[in-house]
Design a binder for this molecule. Structure first.
Ligand code: NDP
Ligand code: OXD
Length: 316
């Protein structure tokens, strides 16, 4: 095999138009879209987001799968996922977007954005008491590529920062806990909870009412806050509503939901204490993500190892 036929790429995407991904990948590879790609023996790589089940299983010479996102739960949902390396997105551009989102939401909750928006609508001129950042503890669940970038940005603003991980991960300036047993202590020291976990069998449904009730409510900002930009199935939407209604949570920001798009009939939309974005915290921009994917394919063909490979046993 030679030229552009060497290592063809299947682009398999649901939920958005992959035109730009197709154009940019085509600069260096022959790209095949479904359904033409099915069973094509010249396909070596698949670039995917929520691919249709069993599509990848039909490719006899697939060598590696590239996830269009940092999260790979969409891949593990496929019963026919082939046993080839999975490369996920780790990119400065995406990390920067997530840091912006986390800082934006933490600041808005801490600086009482919802209250001021309500006051403005009512033309109310009133300055409520304001807690300084160094009296507020932000706890990040998941100090991976995204959490480790958000942490220093929050520290630079003066917040106290806590972190919770699966394995031991010390981090300068951050009070770190790891493992399930330490979760209550981490939550009890946290006013604003930021969730940046991957969705795995261990983390599914972890953000429930019981967990939220362990957050510190007697604090400088007057209550507990949840910010979830990890995955929707980490949380129980109904528990969050209940927590907002019974005062367990003062406010929340959700970027992700159990069902996406969030159904029009969902009561979450209209909740006055909830700030909603449509899974937009850190978008995958093909202009930034396709070049490193193409470079990885070329390096792999030169015999070099792939990077940012998913640990299948851990599930992320
Ligand atoms: P990483 O894999 O780099 O980090 C994951 C972190 O979660 C690690 O610190 C890991 O612990 C921790 N973790 C995993 N499982 C557990 C567990 N059972 N208990 C405690 N901690 C756990 O991922 P990223 O930081 O790159 O991304 C995180 C997630 O963010 C993605 O999986 C995706 O779901 C989501 N995301 C959302 C986006 C959006 O727009 N809303 C955009 C991009 C990503 P340890 O360090 O010990 O391994
Ligand atoms: C991702 C996402 O995982 O956008 O990158 O959700």
């Amino acid at each position: 095999m030679s030229g552009s036929d060497q290592g063809r790429v299947l682009l398999s995407v649901t939920g958005f138009n992959p035109k730009r991904w197709y154009e940019l990948l085509s600069a260096r590879r022959t790209v095949v879209l479904e359904p033409e790609g099915a069973r094509d023996p010249s396909i070596r790589y698949a670039v995917v987001w929520k691919q249709k089940p069993n599509v990848l299983a039909s490719l006899p010479n697939l060598k590696a799968i590239f996830s269009i996102g940092a999260g790979v739960d969409h891949l593990f949902a496929d019963p026919g996922l082939p046993d080839v390396p999975i490369v996920r997105v780790v990119a400065e551009n995406l990390t920067q977007y997530m840091t912006e989102y986390v800082v934006w939401r933490v600041l808005d909750h801490h600086r009482q954005g919802a209250l001021y928006r309500t006051q403005q609508v009512r033309r109310v001129w009133h300055e409520p008491p304001q807690a300084p950042a160094d009296e507020v503890s932000v706890g990040i669940m998941g100090l991976g590529h995204l959490g480790r970038a958000a942490g220093p940005a929050l520290l630079a603003l003066g917040y106290r920062v806590n972190g919770w991980t699966r394995t031991e991960r010390p981090m300068d300036g951050v009070h770190c806990w790891h493992g399930r047993d330490s979760l209550p202590a981490f939550l009890a020291a946290t006013d604003i909870l930021v969730v940046l976990l991957p969705l795995t069998p261990e983390t599914r449904g972890i953000i429930d009412h019981k967990l939220l009730s362990r957050l510190r409510r007697d604090n400088a900002i007057g209550g507990a806050v949840l910010i979830n930009a990890g995955r929707g199935k980490l949380q129980r939407d109904a528990d969050i509503l209940r927590a907002l209604d019974d005062g367990t949570l003062m406010e929340a920001s959700l970027d992700v939901f159990e069902e996406e798009p969030l159904p029009e009939a969902s009561p979450l939309w209209a909740h006055p204490k909830l700030f909603i974005t449509p899974h937009a915290a850190a978008t995958s921009d093909p202009v930034h993500l396709v070049p490193p994917m193409l470079e990885q394919m070329a390096a792999f063909e030169r015999g070099e190892p792939l990077t940012n490979v998913v640990d299948r046993r851990a599930g992320y």
